[in-house]
Design a protein around this ligand. Sequence first.
Ligand SMILES: C[S@@+](CC[C@H](N)C(=O)[O-])C[C@H]1O[C@@H](n2cnc3c(N)ncnc32)[C@H](O)[C@@H]1O
Length: 310
Amino acid sequence: MINKNTILPHNQIIQLDCVTAIRELPDNSVHLILSDIPYGIGTEDWDVLHDNTNSAYLGSSPAQQKAGVIFKKRGKPINGWSKADREIPHQYYEWCSKWAAEWLRVLKPGGSAIIFAGRRLGHRSISALEDAGFSFKDILAWMRDRAPHRAQRLSVIYERRGDDDCAKEWRGWRVGNLRPIFEPILWFCKPYKIGTTIADNVLNHGVGAYHQDAFARYVERSDNVIRCGYDSKEVGLHPTQKPIKLMQALIELTTQPGQTVLDPFAGCGSTLVAAKLLNRVYIGYEVNPAYVKICEERLADDLLSVLNHT
Ligand SMILES: C[S@@+](CC[C@H](N)C(=O)[O-])C[C@H]1O[C@@H](n2cnc3c(N)ncnc32)[C@H](O)[C@@H]1O
């Protein structure tokens, strides 16, 4: 549905389901969508979108029950033993498709949609946004300072089974993944009008180019690897909280002061705080009232002055 006459909210965090709420935003009104979307790999209420038994993750697959305590629970549903587990990637694609077309509609031509996405399901969000009409522009890497390494040692599994020969033979081997020290950041653009140039589009809509000089203030070189850590005062508000500085780097990369930044999955509001610090108009949606309250508190002026590093 096209809503050309609706009004764009101004500097607000709104407690609503973004999938439906975004339908109320006007066409071509937002300069940047920047969001750390649910990755679809966790069991937290806000992340589980797959309507299935998720048996491998919850420790109820037949193989897990047979193996007993050793494989009782996995960190993530990585192998997808059950048919339902193997449906997760498709369900994630379908979930992304529910909102991708609306994101395209509300963005200005040439505007960016930048999302954090999990390494294992990110390709499904790329396909969903591409199928909705976005151009997929690039993958950036956010290098984290540290990351938990959950891959099990194979020798320990055999030791617990009392099989010392196998434990010795397989020493040094693990099952699972390498340490996940980077997170992919997926960068999409709304195509601009056929028959115009990108330079014309920038003049018409204010977006479509990237600001190398501003971005260079946050990164060692203007390449596509970003190393931004947390400020000591900005941790522990959300399980997937992102550093404000990281969000600032991405906002300055793609927008100018006064332009509008939308975060449909705002969490504790890192995007919104970053946008406010940079004098952008911000709009955030978040379903969880507890996180909305944290957003409101963080957006209060006295807190912002503590966190402003720009
Ligand atoms: C990955 S977290 C974002 C965390 C954020 N990076 C931060 O720094 O706080 C995603 C958030 O989206 C919210 N969410 C999930 N589905 C939603 C929906 N349909 N509408 C609005 N918010 C939603 C969840 O409650 C969760 O807080």
